[in-house]
Design a protein around this ligand. Structure first.
Ligand SMILES: Cc1cc2nc3c(=O)[nH]c(=O)nc-3n(C[C@H](O)[C@H](O)[C@H](O)COP(=O)(O)OP(=O)(O)OC[C@H]3O[C@@H](n4cnc5c(N)ncnc54)[C@H](O)[C@@H]3O)c2cc1C
Length: 360
C-alpha cells in the first residue's frame, strides 16, 4: 500500500508516525523548505479541556506520540477590562512551535523515517490517482472547500509577535476585552525568561482591521515589551463532513479540527492525524474513529457561543468569578470533566453572568 500525505505539519507527521507503526510505506509533500511556522511561538495546551487525562500522557497512551513540553503551565493571569485574577495549579503545558528544536515540529520530524519532499507543493487530485490513499493535512481549508466539504464556523486573524522582556516561564497571561479582542482574546506565552509570544486573536475582521485592534491593544494595555518579530495569520474553524471521500482523508485543520473556542488545534491535529493513519492501516472507518474528537469540537463551539455573548461588564464578572474559592476549586483543583459539565450548565452560567437576550 502507498500513502501520500500533504503537509509536514502536526497532523501530517502524526499520521505518518502511525502508518510507520503498521509498517506502511508513506511519503510527505511539504511546500516549505522545512516544517514549522516561520516564526517561533509557544502554544498552550490546557489540562481543563482534556480531563480526566493529562494532555501529553493521553497523547502517549492512546496515540503513541511523545511530545516534550517547553515547560509546565502553573499559573494563568486573567485580565478583563477592570478585573485581574491569577489561577494556579497544574494547568497544562507550553509547547514550542516553529522550526527550532525542541518545537513540536522538530520533535515529530525526528520521530519519523519516511521520505519528506520539501519545497514541493502537492496537488491532491493528482496524488489521489497515483497513491492508494492521500491524507490532506495542509493546515488550511482550501482543498476541503474545493471538495465541497467545508462550512466555516468562525474566522479570525491572529496577530502575533515575539517580544523581549522579563517573564515567568510557567505563567501565561490572557486578556478578554471587546475593545481590542472583540469576542476573542489576547495572550502571552513565554518561551524563555526574556522572550515570549504575544498574540491577539480578532474574529471576523479584515487584516487592516486586525492591525488597528493590535495597535489599540498595545495602547490600552501599555505593554512594556520590545517587539522583535511580528506576523499575522488567518485562522478558520469549520465544520467538515464527511472526513473521507474515496481514498482522500482530511486531518488537522483541513479536517475541521481547529477548535472554535480558543483556536487551539495542536492536540486535535495530532489525534486526527494518527486516526487517519490508523483508519488506513486497519481498514476501520475513519468517521467512526473520529467520534470523540467531533464531540470535543461541538463542546468547544458551546464555549465559543458563550464567550461571544459577553460584553465587557460580563467579562469582568467572569474574571471576578474565577477568583472566588468555590469556582477556583471547581475549575482548577479537581479532576472534574469541566467541559461536559459546563456545556450542560450554559443556561445557569449565562444567568450568573447576567446575560439576558444579547446574541453572539
Ligand atoms: C499563532 C498561532 C498560535 C496558535 N496557538 C495555539 C495554541 O496555543 N494551542 C493550540 O492547541 N493550537 C494553537 N494554534 C493552532 C495550531 O497551530 C494548529 O491547530 C495546528 O498547527 C494545525 O496543524 P495541521 O497539521 O493541521 O497544520 P500545520 O501544522 O499548519 O501544517 C500544515 C503544513 O502543510 C503545508 N502545506 C500546505 N499546503 C500544502 C500543499 N499544497 N503541499 C504541500 N504542503 C502544504 C504547510 O506548509 C504546513 O507545513 C496556533 C496557531 C497559530 C497560527
Amino acid at each position: 500500500m502507498k500513502v501520500a500525505v500533504i503537509g509536514a505539519g502536526i497532523a501530517g507527521m502524526a499520521c505518518v508516525h502511525e502508518l510507520e507503526r503498521y509498517g506502511i510505506e508513506s511519503v510527505i509533500f511539504e511546500q516549505k523548505k522545512q516544517s514549522g511556522e516561520l516564526f517561533d511561538h509557544s502554544a498552550a495546551t490546557l489540562e481543563m479541556f482534556t480531563r480526566p487525562y493529562d494532555p501529553l500522557e493521553y497523547l502517549m497512551s492512546d496515540f503513541n506520540i511523545s511530545i516534550k513540553p517547553l515547560q509546565n503551565l502553573n499559573s494563568i493571569i486573567m485580565n478583563s477590562p477592570s478585573k485581574k485574577e491569577t489561577v494556579k495549579g497544574n494547568l497544562g503545558y507550553l509547547i514550542l512551535r516553529g522550526q527550532h528544536y525542541p518545537s513540536v515540529e522538530t520533535q515529530l520530524y525526528s520521530s519519523i523515517k519516511s521520505k519528506v519532499y520539501f519545497n514541493t507543493r502537492a496537488d491532491y487530485s493528482q496524488l489521489a490517482r497515483e497513491y492508494d490513499h492521500v491524507v490532506v493535512a495542509n493546515g488550511q481549508h482550501d482543498i476541503t472547500m474545493t471538495m465541497g466539504l467545508w462550512s466555516t464556523i468562525y474566522q479570525t486573524h491572529i496577530i502575533g509577535a515575539n517580544v523581549l522582556g522579563e517573564f515567568d516561564v510557567n505563567t501565561m497571561i490572557m486578556w478578554i476585552n471587546t475593545r481590542f479582542a472583540k469576542s476573542a482574546y489576547a495572550y502571552l506565552t513565554p518561551m524563555e525568561k526574556n522572550r515570549a509570544f504575544l498574540g491577539l486573536v480578532v474574529p471576523n475582521s479584515t487584516p487592516d482591521q486586525a492591525r488597528e485592534y493590535w495597535k489599540l491593544f498595545w495602547e490600552i494595555e501599555k505593554h512594556p515589551w520590545d517587539i522583535v518579530y511580528e506576523a499575522m495569520v488567518q485562522h478558520s474553524s469549520g465544520s467538515v463532513y464527511p472526513h473521507q471521500i474515496e481514498n482522500i482523508l482530511l486531518a488537522g485543520t483541513a479536517g475541521g479540527f481547529l477548535e472554535p473556542f480558543l483556536g487551539f488545534g495542536m492536540l486535535s491535529s495530532v489525534q486526527s492525524g494518527v486516526l487517519a493513519g490508523r483508519a488506513i492501516a486497519t481498514g476501520k472507518k475513519y468517521e467512526d474513529l473520529l467520534l470523540q474528537l467531533k464531540e470535543d469540537m461541538k463542546h468547544s463551539l458551546v464555549f465559543r457561543e458563550l464567550l461571544a455573548s459577553l460584553g465587557n461588564a460580563e467579562m469582568d464578572r467572569l474574571v471576578a468569578a474565577l477568583g472566588t474559592p468555590g469556582i477556583k476549586q471547581f475549575v482548577y483543583n479537581t479532576n472534574i470533566d469541566l467541559v461536559r459539565i459546563t456545556t450542560a450548565m450554559v443556561g445557569k452560567i449565562r444567568k450568573y453572568l447576567h446575560i439576558t437576550n444579547r446574541e453572539g
